[in-house]
Design a protein. Structure first.
Length: 422
């Protein structure tokens, strides 16, 4: 009997009211199946839709946002009207509004969709979902089944536990997609879309991307697609056949001599306050190989028995790095819960440019170069590859990259033939 409730919003109110009275009189209370269809199971109340003008949040023009209220959920319609043109008793916009024929059609469209959504919830016995209600109410049923891909990226950033650097990368990907394709739907993201994005990134004005950067962004694209697949928004991975290519990258690092110059500069204390402070924690990453994100979150509680014991923010891998005397000396100059007071990554790199000029080092250095220097010099000074991998929390394959960029190590190894040392 419940299944024949009219879906038409004009008849819904009458049909539901008559049916409720009939069932209530006949049974004395609502049967469980009936309660499931018409009640919010969390609050044990029947789902209802009301409109309300939130007068306590007016803008500079005195306009207030109209809200839809479903049980305890307050959902903004984004439509704004002045209280003088709001009919509170009927929940409608007054026809005397000077822009009535501009804003009322939008509001009525949202309201009719909202009413239809509530009706569908009542009939299908489904649990209320604010997210689904907003998708259907403001974008229509088609949008709920084929949502904006940009919104999915936003949801991915919010739901997945990403470090600040990774969040920035995904936001950059979002901007690139928006520049290329506007606001594509989920179903628009396919093999051809990925190829088009690769071409767009390669030929991007002012800042064209290299092959490895493009590959990294396509990996991010695939991660969001997999997220949508896990959420049940799509059945198959449309990018499954897409093959990714990479070229061996060149990692910038400082030599042992250049590191010694920075150590001397730090001891002399001739730099400005901000630059001296930056060099202070920059050197610590030289001695430990910590990423910027890991150093920022490093606390004295992570220093256990003269070792850094922490979990990497990027990879979630645990690392343990024994501290050399130079690193311990840097910690002695710090106080508080955190080991170092750091600037933002952007500000840090800006100060590093000034530091390199003061040190007479003609290289474009960023903070991450300290990590590359740690890996490179570790190999140069004879630390085994597997030990370097453990210290840095990376795999052997990545360590080999550091080995390849140290020409001095290659020369030293070849000298073993001359000395006949095997």
């Amino acid at each position: 009997f419940v299944s024949v409730i009219p879906v038409n919003t004009a008849l819904q109110g009458i049909g539901c009211t008559v049916l409720l009275l009939f069932v209530r009189l006949y049974y004395g209370s609502f049967p469980s199946y009936f309660r499931a269809a018409f009640y919010n199971t969390k609050t044990d109340r029947m789902l209802s839709l009301r409109t309300y003008l939130r007068k306590n949040q007016a803008n500079s023009l005195g306009e207030c946002v109209i809200y839809f209220i479903v049980d305890d959920e307050w959902i903004s319609s984004t439509v704004k009207v002045h209280p003088d043109y709001w009919d509170a008793s009927n929940g409608i916009i007054n026809k005397k509004h000077p822009k009535y024929y501009t804003i009322n059609p939008t509001f009525q469209l949202y309201k009719s969709r909202a009413e239809q959504c509530i009706s569908n919830y009542q009939i299908s016995c489904s649990l209320f979902s604010r997210k689904f209600f907003e998708e259907v109410g403001f974008n229509g049923p088609d949008q709920a089944n084929n949502p904006s891909f940009l919104k999915i990226i936003d949801e991915y950033i919010k739901e997945i536990d990403l470090c600040l650097g990774r969040i920035k990368h995904y936001k950059t990907l979002r901007n690139d997609i928006e520049c290329m394709a506007g606001n594509p739907k989920l179903n628009d993201v396919n093999y051809s879309f990925a190829l088009k994005l690769q071409k767009f990134l390669r030929n991007k004005e002012k800042t064209p991307n290299c092959l490895n950067t493009i590959t990294s962004k396509i990996r991010q694209l695939k991660a969001v697609v997999h997220y949508a697949q896990k959420k049940g928004l799509i059945e198959k991975d449309p990018l499954a056949m897409l093959k990714l290519k990479e070229t061996p990258g060149t990692k910038k690092y400082l030599t042992a001599e250049e590191l010694q110059i920075l150590e001397t500069l730090h001891q002399q204390k001739t730099l400005k306050g901000s630059e001296q402070q930056t060099l202070h924690y920059f050197l610590f990453s030289f001695y430990t190989g910590l990423r910027y994100s890991d150093l920022c979150s490093l606390k004295f509680s992570n220093i256990i028995e003269s070792c850094v014991v922490a979990t990497q923010e990027k990879t979630d891998k645990p690392v343990m790095v024994p501290l050399i005397p130079q690193a311990k000396d840097l910690l002695k100059l710090s106080n508080g819960d955190y080991c170092f007071k750091t600037f933002t990554n952007q500000a840090t790199n800006r100060f590093l440019k000034l530091i390199m000029v003061a040190a007479g080092i003609d290289k474009k250095i960023t903070y991450h170069c300290s990590r590359h220097t740690f890996g490179t010099l570790s190999i140069y000074w004879g630390i085994p590859d597997y030990v370097v991998a453990e210290l840095m929390g990376i795999d052997i394959k990545t360590v080999k990259i550091y080995a390849k960029i140290v020409d001095q190590v290659k020369v030293r190894e070849m000298l073993k033939w001359e000395k006949k040392v095997i």
